[in-house]
Design a protein around this ligand. Structure first.
Ligand code: LLP
Length: 420
């Protein structure tokens, strides 16, 4: 009997499986905490996204910040993905994974000259410029290298994406991008410069957005700017609508189909005659990965039941950082009594909570549980806090598991330190 949680993540005869492999076996073989990704799920989510835009010229640039493991980037690159990057490090990763530089976009509010130089030398598709000062820095660096930098301005369309304030980026008060009102003037200034060439326009309104109407609103506003630019002879070839499409963190709810997003964007962008650029991260990787962790101790207080597990906020920061919900299931399915419990990590912080007051089946010490939807902003946000080596990452395809990042060891913790 099969019960699907997410594509390629399911119970079969009471055992949790990822792409055909037993979660419990993976935990035994590779240890916990362990990030496990399903290659088939990654491919599924990429295709689900990319095919929704097949009626227009487009590039799906995977947001590397959501999951930057080289093998993950390679899997997506093989399907034709480009990369949305925010640092020299992310460009380096994308190139190492074999992604075509002509499919790499580079955003970020604080690009340093050395990062700009790196992007120029590698010949990336475009720089998404976030301020006037940055425009001049790019021009200067490009001049020094004898190059012309292809640019887009990241325009803040001032729409409310109705998501968590920490991941909402399109409001007037946000630090990102240039304002709607100054955009055209900045393009004029850019056009005057010799070593930059405006070729695109960009916006990104936030993350984990499930009400797609905000994308439509932003697109309409930004399309107005494009029309104005075309009328003054500034040709915009790339319309970059950013990332942000949300996922279902609860397997019992359906995801918003990407087609709903595509319906908001395609008619408007088609009229402009631009190539669409998209920057999904979470949508591709989020539900393609889980974090396996072991219950170390069970602690009962009068009013509370705690499961202390071997993954902490250093391994998965989202619950403590945003109070984000991640569904939790045991590796061996259980029927029977549910009890409210807190699933907490071993870190010395009160906020090290992975799930609070969660109805869960009764768990035993040593039991393996899976924290779902951990494929995006999971490992990439992990740290060594409390001097904990980072977990291993494993990818599974058709019943076979491969390590794609080794578990860190004690030596790794101090390898860059100098004892004086
Ligand atoms: N493009 C730009 C310019 C971005 O800033 C981001 C995300 C993306 C694309 C990808 O967004 P996505 O499709 O993944 O929603 N750490 C937070 C999310 C921060 C997102 C930052 N920017 C979290 O764990 O929820």
């Amino acid at each position: 009997m099969k019960e699907e949680l997410f594509p390629f993540i399911y119970y079969e005869n009471g055992k949790l499986k990822i792409d055909g492999v037993d979660a419990e076996k993976l935990a035994k073989e590779f240890g916990t905490p362990l990030y496990v990704y399903s290659q088939s799920a990654l491919e599924y989510w990429f295709r689900e996204f990319d095919s929704a835009f097949s009626s227009v010229e487009h590039i799906t640039c995977f947001a590397v910040k959501s999951n930057s493991n080289l093998s993950i980037l390679k899997v997506l690159g093989n399907l034709g993905a480009g990369a949305d990057t925010v640092s020299k490090g992310e460009i380096f990763r994308a190139l190492n994974a074999g992604i075509d530089p002509k499919k790499i976009v580079f955003a970020g509010v604080g690009k340093r000259p050395d990062e700009i130089e790196y992007g120029l030398e590698k010949g990336i598709l475009m720089f998404n410029v976030e301020s006037e000062s940055e425009l001049y820095t790019i021009n200067r660096v490009a001049e020094r290298l004898g190059k012309v930098a292809p640019i887009a301005f990241r325009v803040n369309p001032e729409v409310d994406a109705k998501t968590h304030p920490y991941i909402s980026t399109g409001l007037k008060t946000s630090k990102f991008g240039v304002t709607f009102d100054e955009a055209v003037e900045l393009y004029r200034k850019a056009k005057e410069l010799r070593n930059v060439e405006p070729i695109g326009i960009h916006f990104h309104i936030g993350s984990q957005i499930t009400d797609v109407s905000a994308f439509g609103e932003a697109t309409r506003k930004v399309a107005e700017i494009v029309r104005e630019l075309h009328s003054i002879g500034i040709e915009i070839k790339y319309f970059d609508a950013g990332g942000g499409l949300g996922i279902n963190y609860n397997p019992s709810e359906p995801p918003v189909p990407t087609k709903a997003l595509a319906d908001q964007l395609i008619p408007l962008v088609k009229k402009l005659g631009c190539t669409l650029v998209l920057e999904p991260g979470r949508r591709i990787a989020g539900n393609a990965g889980v974090l396996l962790t072991k219950v170390i101790y069970k602690k009962e207080r009068e009013e509370k039941l705690f499961y202390i597990v071997d993954a902490g906020m250093n391994d998965l920061a989202r619950p403590s950082l945003y109070k984000a919900y991640h569904h939790i299931v045991p590796a061996i399915k259980k029927e029977g009594e549910l009890r409210k419990a807190d699933v907490v990590g071993p870190i010395c912080e009160t906020g090290d909570v992975l799930a609070e007051d969660r109805e869960l089946p009764l768990l035993r010490e040593e039991e393996i549980i899976a924290i779902l939807s951990a494929g995006a902003y999971g490992f990439t946000m992990a740290s060594n806090y409390n001097s904990r080596p980072k977990p291993a990452e494993v990818i599974v395809k058709d019943g076979k598991a491969k390590v794609i990042r080794q578990r860190e060891n004690l030596g790794d913790l101090i390898s860059r330190e100098v004892l004086f």
